[in-house]
Design a protein around this ligand. Structure first.
Ligand SMILES: *Cc1c(COP(=O)(O)O)cnc(C)c1O
Length: 399
């Protein structure tokens, strides 16, 4: 079978809930992928930042393979010998006291929302049923019913009602709007430190630090969704570190699974995490030994290869090179570390640009029509980045 055949099968048997580029990936390694015809591409999406460590990182693959010969799933009815060491590592890496493992990012967000509501009722003293959580316009936190109830993107929420109540939406990047929205029933504020799906929207400097102050002085939890920005993507371990705006709850996912399997978690200190007691939350697969082994190896790679430093340095190089092109149609390039976006003129359709990039051997995906996100695996070398930028430049200058 060739690429066309595989695409036809997806079209015929799969739900049409995505609009992928017409490319089939059948092999991958590091920051490169190949199609069934043997054509080579740079992966500049990294599965939405789930493969920060690069495809098939040998350390993570070895950990997975070894674990496949011992034990993979126990459920939380019993202890296993992989979860504890993994959670210890995760707490040490993030600087929090406790972790609660789940599987997908949306589940981590749900877990954070539940923790905040319960904390509101049991610690802050808000009557159950009145808890309010403030979220930001333009957010993307996942696809469950509660999570899309926070969304103002019609594609995400339309015709999925009734929606979950208790969310208050305020403009992103405006700390005063959060302060004004807080009342006695407010238990938490949830934000992405950089809005990834919205098109790599970087908030004004000082925003996260100010939100941190507002939350502290109003006895409101600050939840940061670092599912896409976390684990070195933005040039720091976590994006909040740019402003030392340590949240009360941090949502993690994507790269925590090392590109191998879905692994997510929330991390928090005792004062918040202790609201969960036996039977009040859980997941059959959360904390399974295979995830423990893979998650541990995924963090070890980030740590040992100091990927935040590579992301920081090459991110600056990427933005400088693209900006220096002064390409027609390109309004600006923005981002932090290796989470970047090229923003085209208003109304300019970026999908054909992605198809042209694919023809030149660079895979990237547009978001919101006129924006393309560029987020290669963080193991990319300077020479590889330069090669990819040369190909991107060719396309941009031909528009
Ligand atoms: C991808 C993403 C999620 C959802 O993760 P899933 O694993 O797809 O459920 C949540 N928040 C952010 C910021 C994301 O980028």
């Amino acid at each position: 079978m060739n690429s066309q055949d595989y695409i036809a099968l997806d079209e015929k048997y799969g739900a049409h809930n995505y609009h992928p580029l017409p490319v089939v990936i059948s092999k991958a390694r590091g920051c490169k992928v190949w199609d069934p015809e043997g054509r080579e591409y740079f992966d500049f999406l990294s599965a939405y930042s789930a493969v920060n460590q690069g495809h098939l990182h040998p350390h993570i693959v070895a950990a997975a393979k070894a674990q496949l010969d011992t034990v993979t799933l126990t459920s939380r009815a019993f202890h296993n010998d992989r979860m504890g060491p993994f959670l210890k590592k995760l707490c040490e890496y993030t600087g929090f006291e406790k972790a609660l493992p789940m599987n997908t990012g949306a589940e981590a967000v749900e877990t954070a929302l539940k923790a905040a509501r319960r904390w509101g009722a049991e610690v802050k003293g808000v009557p159950n049923g009145r808890q309010k959580i403030i979220c930001a316009l333009g957010n993307f936190h996942g696809r469950t019913i509660a999570v899309i109830s926070m969304s103002n993107d019609p594609d995400s929420y339309i015709n999925y009602g009734p929606y979950v109540p208790g969310f208050v939406k305020v403009p992103y990047g405006d700390a005063a709007a959060i302060e004004q929205a807080i009342d006695d029933d407010t238990v938490a504020v949830i934000l992405e430190p950089i809005q990834g799906e919205a098109g790599v929207v970087v908030p004004p400097e000082g925003y996260l630090a100010r939100v941190r102050e507002i939350c502290s002085s109003n006895n409101v939890l600050m939840i940061l969704d670092e599912i896409q920005t976390g684990f070195c993507r933005t040039g720091k371990r976590f994006a909040w570190q740019y402003e030392n705006a340590r949240p009360d709850i941090m949502c993690l996912g994507k790269a925590l699974g090392g590109g191998i399997m879905p692994i997510s978690a929330i991390v928090a200190d005792h004062s918040v995490m202790d609201v969960f007691t036996p039977g009040t939350h859980g997941s059959t697969f959360g904390g399974n030994p295979l995830a423990g082994a893979v998650g541990m190896a995924a963090i070890e790679v980030l740590e040992q290869e100091r990927l935040e430093e590579n992301a920081y340095r090459l991110g600056i190089r990427f933005r400088e090179r693209i900006a220096a092109l002064h390409a027609p149609r390109v309004r600006l390039v923005r981002g932090k570390g290796l989470l970047n976006a090229i923003v085209f003129d208003e109304g300019y359709e970026a999908y054909p640009v992605c198809v042209a990039l694919k023809e030149k051997g660079v895979l990237a995906k547009q978001t919101h029509g006129n924006i393309i996100r560029f987020a290669p695996p963080l193991v990319i070398t300077e020479a590889e980045l330069d090669e990819a930028v040369a190909r991107i430049s060719e396309v941009l200058l031909s528009l």
